[in-house]
Design a protein around this ligand. Sequence first.
Ligand SMILES: [Ca+2]
Ligand SMILES: [Ca+2]
Length: 721
Amino acid sequence: MRSLSLVLSLVLSASGLGFSTGHAAEAPRPNIIIILSDDMGFSDLGCYGGEIQTPNLDRLAANGLRFTQFYNTARCCPTRACLLTGVYPHQAGVGHMMEDRGYDGYRGDLNRQTVTIAEVLRTAGYRNYAVGKWHVTKATKPEGPKDNWPLQRGFDRFYGTITGAGSYFDPGTLTRDNTMISPFADPEYKPSVFYYTDAISDHAVRFIREHVATARTSPFFMYVAYTAAHWPLHALEEDIAKYRGRYDGGYEPIRRARFERLKQMGLISPNWELSPQVGDWDKVEHKEWEIRCMEVYAAQIDRMDRGIGRILEALRETGQWENTIVFYLQDNGACQEAIGRTGTWRRPVEPSLPPIALDAIRTDVRPSQNRRGVPTLSGPFIMPGPEDTYISYGINWANVSNTPFREYKHFVHEGGIATPLIVHWPAGLTRRGDLEHQPGHLIDLMATCVELAGAQYPTEFQGHKIIPMEGVSLVPLFKGQPIKRKEPIFFEHEGNRAVRDGKWKLVAKENQPWELYDMEADRTEMHDLSAQYPEVVARLAAAWDEWAKRANVLPLGAWRAETKDTFSTKTQFVLAPGAQLPRTEAPYVVGKGLKITAEIQAVGTSGVIVAQGGSAHGYALYIQDGKPCFAVRHKNQLKTVVGSQPLSQGPGVLSVTWSNDVVKILWNKAVLAEAKEIPPLTNMPQDGLQIGRDDNGLVGDYPEENAFSGKLGKVIIEVLP
Ligand SMILES: [Ca+2]
Ligand SMILES: [Ca+2]
């Protein structure tokens, strides 16, 4: 059957028709929809044990197939690169995020040694549509290169965002086809309230209808990549209201209930232990806020599910329901990143920054303000949900989302890489409501689509030699037949590494020794068997090494290498509170002096005024115990200059000059500190710059993020020769 459809597709693509008679008239090739959601845990969906209402996905599961051991790559970009190309992310050039680290596995852009599913299916007569988050290119400027945007990688239409995360009410890099647009100046789409999840659903529906109206003789492939439920916690009030009270009991009862349902549903073995609970509800200081975080998260997923319901409805209305195969999966495990979880903002907050025109194109992932000029609000005194907030639900709820597994996004323990996979296909699936326990991985989706479409995976494409696909087709499983996987499944992200082979999983965190788990007996990874089975460890470790060599993973740690990007040549930066600059747009500080001038409207007792860099290289001006401090990191060594006394009542101007190896801190021109022998940085810091907080790696000796507790005006940074 496979060879027959292969021959057929060759004939078809040769004739350029893309639609078939004869054999295919009896069993026409299906439309294929892959729905990917973002930063969700293994047990968030109703049909995977969750309490969040997902009736549409639950119905798909009840009439389809649910995989219990499907895997992603632990992170947004690598997952998208892997899903789209059918090879491991490093082979596609996206071993980490969207920066070029100077190694082929870490280019931050899909390479041309790979083809996307859309590129392959187009050769078999499919029309291709992409909706939602793209995030497989570093080219995110409206007028920059677009050679790795969807239309240049096999898709006929695109509506979505080129970059990763962003506001749901005003997403940066919003794009239709090849043109960046403002959601508030888009003549083609004018909802009463713009909400990105709805915009994705609406455009998926629109593309289905337009396809059927204009190109119904061709099958279609559609890739729908929701950003739900990635931070920020943005949702519509009516949806949040549905979950009011649902999480009042804290973490433990929800985890416990999910664990029990997972067992009842047969999704996990009754013999596995529940991984340890991370959060202690009794110690949560801002309980109402913490509850609200999970309510908003649930609302984001609820709204996505209803959008999926509308996509399915469009299939029914257009007669495409029976022969459309729908896949649903998640790009990585629940996200523990603490974003916007500190700060002292309190409402009401009036606009205090220059407004942004409604038709202006925005490209910011983490906006510093909304269009009206209200600074972006965060911290435990601001309830998440509205468009002027930017908050994440944090590690404790992520631990709940990932029930029963441990670890999170970034890690290749099960909590980072386990995803639901729902497959639904009325015309082609003989199993209904079944569970499939075979391990599978994103790499299998290309092989599956190639078989479904009767396409031929190329050895050469547009003059480039193409890497063979890594996965196996899942199609036999749809009919209850076995699949034959020749190789183990491999993982690497940020130095975290794993290999899954049959019942064995070998896994390690960066620079840590291997751990070995028997996944049949202990999938929650509670009992490390590496000491008992050294021969299994040796065999799998050798297999991993072999894979790492051939799959562009090496050199391990290359994701930390100096980027090949060019840096800003600007010497003056005028920045608003909440502003952030990516590394390539931040002040180029190597060998330079700096002058920082910060307008302080209300003096706080703590928090970062400006930080550029992290724990290896960087500098930060911040307040601690009311005193101004200036921290410099050089090759992991920290030097901190502390002001002699707390800042007097504001408003005032705090400034630092750092030149000729001398740091001076001044408050309204009075010198509060002077220190010598602090040479300029020798390396450009990896982290970008933020005003009012320190993201990712911390420069100074202070708590994570360390949002400024007072009120800032503008901050001016001058690069001195
Ligand atoms: Ca993600
Ligand atoms: Ca930082």
